[in-house]
Write a protein that binds this ligand. Structure first.
Ligand SMILES: [Zn+2]
Length: 138
């Protein structure tokens, strides 16, 4: 096998600052990273999937929701994560983009806010209790 890249990652275990569920849309990556750093989240466990918080708020099926919940549980178990960030973003293709809201950013933002509230966990609804669940829209 040809070696094409070498980088030494820190081998020691870590405590994650937060699990972060966000969309894989490349357009938001820089904003998400900057936002997390500004929040002091330097060691996030990133759960990056199409639609981000939609997978908990309006999952396509139980498998999707259960898969995401298991990822959150693993972050909590393996890296002592106590916080969860649920993120959505404007023009998300998994919601049909801005076009699905007639190009109305305010209407889209209201819908996403409602979705983030629906996706919120921590009251035992999905048998996960995080110390803190933060809802974010980028
Ligand atoms: Zn998206």
């Amino acid at each position: 096998m040809q070696k094409i890249f070498h980088f030494d990652s820190p081998p020691e275990p870590y405590v994650s600052d937060a699990a972060v569920l966000c969309c894989f849309d490349e357009r938001i990556r820089l904003a998400v990273n900057k936002f997390l750093r500004r929040q002091g989240i330097l060691r996030p466990d990133m759960i990056v999937v199409a639609g981000g918080a939609k997978t908990l708020a309006s999952p396509r099926n139980d498998f999707e929701r259960n898969f995401i919940l298991e990822q959150v549980r693993m972050s909590m178990r393996l890296n002592q994560t106590a916080r969860l960030f649920l993120m959505s973003h404007s023009d998300c293709a998994n919601y049909g983009g801005l076009e699905a809201f007639g190009g109305d950013r305010k209407r889209e933002a209201e819908h996403h806010q409602h979705e983030l509230q629906r996706g919120r966990i921590g009251k035992g609804k999905f048998s996960i209790t995080c110390r803190e669940v933060l809802l974010c829209r980028v």
